[in-house]
Design a protein around this ligand. Structure first.
Ligand code: GUN
Ligand code: ZN
Length: 427
């Protein structure tokens, strides 16, 4: 008996950051490649012929010409907004008040939270996303529901109680003290259990008082190996509101910095309209940014500057339900389109890297997920590069792997996901 599995297909493995090196030089392509998986871990990658000969007893999952990649990593999402994705006509603050907060109120009911968590992971896995970093709601039960469902499925997953003690409906507000107490209890219950990690989660400055930001900063000082996730500089109106609320702050980032909420494990969603001082401080701190392109166009927030990826760690995310898709392929397409609008067409290697290793780096998990490195956890997907007639006819004219994969990046969806493995098990 062996529990070795050999997954065969086309392989793309990165040996450098395609934002620092010429993108095509950062990647190795193996037309007939294979990944050896044992005990939930990637044990080897290389030419299929060689690995088959070396491991004749391994069970083979032959994915034909499909492209094998690390599972997609969605570095910023809101699982409680699953049901309100694609809600029409509002910009950020009105969108929160009209659609988001009422939907999040329903998570006071643990049965509802469990139902949506189950639905959410069905959706993300069917789209090839094997790890998400999600906001929960302010209800501790929404964190329990998310982690319980992820644990059942053996996923590496991150969430945290979304803390808010001002400018939100009564049913969603906590206090500085209860945010600290509840977050701490949840962190102690879940952080490091199986593949789960807790993220300290103030929603954003407009909905957290100074006292609450400081309380969460104090909690992070006690548990510095947790991620701290929040929103930063998403919309111009939001930034003006932060300036009104904090007239003494140097800028938006400073409202977090003053509360000890800037550090290497901080992950800032959106971060579109940054000041030079903010960029410098984020670089010095080694914190990560998360580009949420479908959300930034859908809610009308602005065009993120991908040029920042040369200096800063940048991940990619759906930001569902502000984002308009559960698909990281669609998200890569939107990142490409925003790049074009800014005169910076991203190479397919850069897009694939952002959706896997870039997000894993922003979440400080690249030693475990986001790559096909030996020793990584075996979260793997197989992409069918001809999943619809429109994609197949374009890919048929391809001269190289990049032309072959780009139609799937631009036009692909869950139909392109031919196989998903999490922790070495096929879903
Ligand atoms: N800023 C504060 N909360 C949210 C949210 O839920 N979604 C988005 N896109 N931005 C936010
Ligand atoms: Zn968000």
């Amino acid at each position: 008996m062996t529990n070795k599995t050999l997954i065969t297909g086309q392989l793309l493995t990165f040996h450098a950051n395609p934002f620092s090196e010429a993108p095509q030089d950062a990647v190795r392509h193996e037309r007939q490649g294979a990944i050896l998986v044992e005990g939930g871990i990637i044990r080897a990658t290389g030419p299929a012929e060689i690995l088959r000969a070396a491991h004749p007893q391994a069970r083979v999952a032959d994915m034909g010409a499909a492209l094998l990649l690390p599972g997609f990593v969605d570095a910023h999402a809101h699982y409680p907004q699953t049901e309100i994705i694609a809600s029409w006509g509002k910009r950020l603050i009105d969108w929160l008040n009209t659609y988001t907060f009422p939907a999040e109120m329903e998570f006071g009911d643990p049965a509802h939270a469990a139902r949506i968590a189950e639905r959410y992971f069905d959706l993300t896995l069917s789209h090839g996303t094997t790890t998400v970093c999600s906001f929960a709601t302010s209800h501790p039960g929404s964190v329990d529901a998310f982690f319980a469902e992820a644990q059942k499925r053996g996923l590496r997953a991150v969430t945290g109680k979304t803390c808010m003690d001002r400018n939100a409906p009564d049913g969603l507000m906590d206090t500085a003290q209860s945010a600290y107490d509840d977050s701490k209890a949840l962190l102690e219950r879940w952080h490091g259990v199986d593949r789960l990690e807790y993220a300290i989660t103030p929603r954003f400055t407009p909905t957290s008082s100074r006292a609450q930001l400081h309380a969460l900063g104090a909690l992070w000082t006690e548990f510095p190996d947790c991620l701290m996730q929040t929103h930063l500089s998403e919309q111009i109106d939001e930034i003006a509101w932060v300036r009104d609320l904090h007239p003494q702050a140097r800028d938006y980032l400073d409202t977090y910095e003053q509360a000890d909420l800037l550090g290497p494990k901080a992950v800032f969603g959106h971060s579109i309209h940054l000041e030079p001082r903010e960029i410098d401080r984020i670089a010095e701190a080694g914190a990560g940014l998360v580009h949420c392109p479908t959300s930034n166009t859908f809610i009308g927030s602005g065009l993120f500057d991908m040029g920042l990826a040369r200096r800063l760690t940048v991940g990619l995310a759906t930001d569902t339900g502000g984002g308009s898709s559960f698909s990281m392929l669609r998200t890569m397409a939107a990142a490409y389109e925003i790049g074009q609008l800014r005169g910076n067409p991203l190479h397919p290697a850069q897009l694939l890297w952002l959706a896997t290793e870039g997000s894993a780096r922003a979440m400080h998990m690249v030693d475990r997920i986001g790559t096909l490195e030996v020793g990584s956890e075996a979260d793997i997907i197989a992409l069918d590069l001809g999943s619809t007639p429109a994609i197949a006819q374009r890919a048929a004219r391809a001269d190289d792997i990049w032309e072959q994969v780009f139609p799937t990046i631009m036009m692909g969806d869950d139909r392109a996901i031919a196989g998903v493995w999490t922790g070495g098990n096929r879903c």
